[in-house]
Design a protein around this ligand. Sequence first.
Ligand code: AMP
Length: 570
Amino acid sequence: MAVIGVDLGTTNSLCCVWKDGGCVLIPNSLGEYLTPSVVSVDEKREILTGKAARERLVTRPQDTAASFKQFMGTDKTYMLNRLRFHPEDLSAIILRRLKEDAELFLGEPVTEAVISVPAYFNNNQRTMTKIAGEMAGLTVERIINEPSAAALAYRHKTGANGTYLVVDFGGGTLDISVVEIFENIVDIIAVAGDNHLGGDNIDQALAEAFYKRHPGLKDKLSETEKASVLKMAEQSKINLSFAEQTMMVYVHEGKTYEMVLTNQLLADICAPILAKIKAVLLHALKDSGRHISAIDEIILVGGSGKMPVIKEYLTYITGKTPRNDIDPDKAIVLGVGIVTGIKARDKHVQDLIMTDICPFTLGTNIYDPASNDADIFSPIIERNTSLPVSQAHTYTTVRDFQTQVVINVYQGESMSVKNNLLLGTITMPVPSMPAGKAAVVVRFTYDINGILEVDVTCLQSGEHQSKLIVTNHNLSDSELRERREIMSRLKTPPREQDQNRFLLERGARLYEESTGALRELVAYEMSLLSSVLERNAHVSEIEMARNRFMQFLNSVDRPDEEIYLQGGTP
Ligand code: AMP
């Protein structure tokens, strides 16, 4: 049975398999490699994913969820057409979709996966990613860090040795890592990141700048209209990857609102975002103990890495021009594919060794009698320690004749544990003795998959307790089973209708976005296709109607860059 490699992205997801000594990308039902990580629930309570769902971000934003990866491991829920989802449920829906694509492509069942996550994902977020895999019917063989995957793909392609700064700037996350590649060893030295910084923030900032240019406009708009402005902002940002200047245009109640956008203006609007990127970059360099002059190349991946503003800013602050030898959209999934090859002991990659690090500090809390403060963090495994790692600290009792020691396990960087994440607790009985006389040894062992084991031994009694801290989610086994069952009952439209569904959702979006004669034309063309589909016409007739509608859409619903930059007629 095949193992698939998945880049479960904030904006788009990709899937691949290691086959005949290479990584093969798996197409979805529309024949494309990028599947938008978007889920929507329609009026019949059917679950739409990918491009069809993405169209509904404009027409049905209240029933559509995107960028949910940012909220993995949190309590956030989404109510889509009266169905409630957690971020991991939505991720599971996308994974299930990718699994189906892979099964169809390979002609065999797929039950295992290697999935990449941002290096900065904490224990909860990683666990929830594994759970999402399980809910989709996939055993998650390994979770790997996205920058590690990108570096692996780069090493595989160029065969180059050196020290690299991998900058992964996507839709909702930024990860910056220092990676050393020497011969067959890919060593992650340090990682730093921001789970809430990406292209989405740039779109928001651009939309706000547009509203500022047109005071009063924002208050007049419905949620659907605001979603259209955001989409227009994103498209304008993308246009600037191909031209120095673009026009932001939005028509509302017959009035046209415009704003000329240049890369210089975009850079000004993005100034706070650029400052955050710089802070993360410095953090990664500082943790690696390397000056920028020790970095041979900057590898830029992720959709937002295509922005000239980002490339120029990185060049400006580092003095080095970023490389993008591999398509920034595919670098991560290609690296994940190599990991599946290494796991399968394929002869083409079996010599490759990839080390990883613990991206956050793990420790416990101690009591300071002087300040009567019991919330002080005591790190045991420092962030950026190479994995696997096992480290022990000895703690003594603080009160006379205390009979137990409570070891709370925390993840985080703050001096006060209140600001860190509690992963679990072990209570160890100790012999009743004067303060400082009884002692426990606390050992943390963190393995290559990011699974933490905590051992506590009392030095006086020899008693020993061990706890695997794999999860910190509040789901019991029965709840998990129930959630899995609910997931399996969700209805999805038949796969063969995906293309039709996408076209109709695209038409619906275009209808909402246009006015007057064009709007009437869209309605008319949509009714032609719908009537053919509704009366279950012959395949060839459906094909003809679909082609006609597709041609119509392509003639009137073209990206601005095509109309204004590539010789088209506006
Ligand atoms: P990812 O999460 O890596 O798929 O990246 C998605 C982000 O990249 C979104 O915010 C997109 O708007 C952005 N993006 C994709 N293509 C481009 C482009 N050509 N220029 C600028 N941003 C882009």
